[in-house]
Ligand binder design. Sequence first.
Ligand code: 8YV
Length: 308
Amino acid sequence: LHEPVEVALLGRLRRGVVERIRADDGAVVGEPGPGTRIAVVTNKITVDDAMLDALPSLELVASYGVGLDHVDLDAAAARGVTVSHTPGVLDDCVADLAVGALLDVRRRISAGDRHVRSGAWTAGDPYPLGRRLSGTRVGILGLGRIGAAVARRLDAFWCEVGYHSRRRVEGSLYRYASSPLELATWADSLVVTVPGGPGTTAMVDAEVLDALGPNGYLVNVARGTVVDESALVHALKDGRIAGAALDTYLDEPYVPAALLEREDVVLLPHMGSATEETRAAMDDLLVANVEDWLRHGRARTPWVAAAP
Ligand code: 8YV
């Protein structure tokens, strides 16, 4: 076969993955350095100019997860480094969680659980009413694979679904909005499923939140950077939106204290893809990317730039 390939494993990967990569033909797993040809990374690892400069033999960055906002894709492309990720296999579970979070925040499911556990129910304390999901308008910010999976689930709730994406999705029957602001103005709830990274920073800002309005709810299963977190805190405090369900934050795992104390927010620990089945499928696809590179010099699921 070929000469040994040095693979550096960066970030917390599941044990089985590490062992499978170790066992691969020709793979020598080592510390990142000048001989590293493949870097396996999680989304906690920043791949920027400095890192790429330190790894001059790098050919492939194999990332665990679909989002690539931790990788400077232009810098990688400029050096001829391929970047792979794990798209597709997590769409259903992330969409399930998005709909669960939307239902939770609107119907106050987690808040109801706290109401029972705290003894407030037995004490006869009044319980605030939630708002229905069925038949309401849901705006999806980013109708990609995950956004489309969310939309299909909402069809079963008889929701009216609208979306905003950089461009209108050919053949889609969902209502297209030409901006996040237009979408938020129309919607009762806004679900954020854009990829993150350049161009999506603070897409949901104070103006978009105000457009969502005092009866509106925000759900974010994308990246913390997509939402202006301090604008969100202020909008909740002032009652300018009704509530939020968040799976991602600006500075994970830290959640602003102002959110932790609120009853109108659902706070989740970045768990969109966190099921046994999906994590196993992500492991498999990550390993397949490394194997394909070792055997054929091609990644299984390389990141491909969207058409301009
Ligand atoms: C994480 C995710 O990758 O796929 C993504 O973009 O954010 C998640 O699936 C996962 O939490 C592992 O770090």
